[in-house]
Write a protein that binds this ligand. Structure first.
Ligand code: C5P
Ligand code: MG
Length: 226
């Protein structure tokens, strides 16, 4: 169940648009999520007719961000931009910053914000969609501030997938995607970085009333019991 944090709480039990549309006119954000109607934001990407609708997706490693994003894309037609995937693509195509990115990912640290935001901006500019699901970003206050400065926009909403550490570790070790950072040593570092750098971002958006939190453990645990 979705829980809007630190503010009025719309309860959304699934990603079905019918459920979302029942929330009424006061929930302009969710209405917009359902219908795709943009709500005004201060933005710098203005090449398209529509104002971008930006959703940030936060959560620790293995919290289920990618899985949930795929469902949201299917249901609501967002353009999915995974910051981690964009960085891995730079490594794969041997770009100028590829080797620095690889070293940073191996250490579970955060790539300089300028690099990541530049990649996100390029994808936003190339897309014909105006609804963006930006996954794994911002990972730090530095990421967040760089996005606001370079893109000139704030997210309309922020989704946070909350999952216990033990469950995250189990999932990452079991997923077999051949990632250089899916090993126990790097996972420990990623979890520390998540707590130190990502949680302040989560708190920032909670204070602004933009954060919608969902526990991904309940789903996962009940599914694994079936
Ligand atoms: O989100 P994902 O798990 O794919 O991220 C993998 C790694 O990519 C992170 O541990 C981090 O090293 C790097 N990353 C980053 N900045 C982001 C997103 C990911 O440095 N905003
Ligand atoms: Mg991912």
């Amino acid at each position: 169940m979705w829980r809007r944090v630190a503010s009025f709480s719309p309860f959304i039990s699934s990603t079905k648009s019918s459920t979302l549309s029942q929330l009424g006119p006061t929930l302009k954000i969710w209405e917009s999520f359902t219908t795709g109607a943009p709500i005004p934001v201060n933005h710098g990407i203005s090449s398209k007719d529509s104002t971008p609708f930006i959703t940030f997706v936060l959560g620790g490693p293995g919290s289920g961000k990618g899985t949930q994003c795929a469902k949201i894309v299917d249901t609501f037609g967002f353009k999915h931009l995974s910051a981690g995937d964009l960085l891995r693509r730079e490594i794969a195509c041997n770009s100028e910053s590829g080797s620095t990115i690889l070293d940073t990912i191996k250490e579970g640290q955060i790539v300089p914000s300028e690099v990541t935001v530049r990649l996100i901006r390029r994808e936003m500019e190339l897309s014909n969609n105006h609804k963006f699901l930006i996954d794994g970003f911002p990972r730090s206050e530095e990421n967040r501030i760089a996005f606001e400065r370079i893109i000139g926009a704030e997210p309309n909403i922020v989704l946070f997938f909350d999952c216990p550490e033990e469950e995250m570790v189990k999932r990452v070790l079991n997923r077999n995607q051949g990632r250089v950072d899916d090993n126990i040593d790097t996972i420990k570092k990623r979890l520390k970085v998540f707590e130190a750098l990502n949680l302040p971002v989560v708190n920032h958006y909670a204070k602004k009333g933009k954060l919608h939190k969902k526990s991904t453990c309940a789903d996962l645990c009940s599914r694994s019991r079936r």
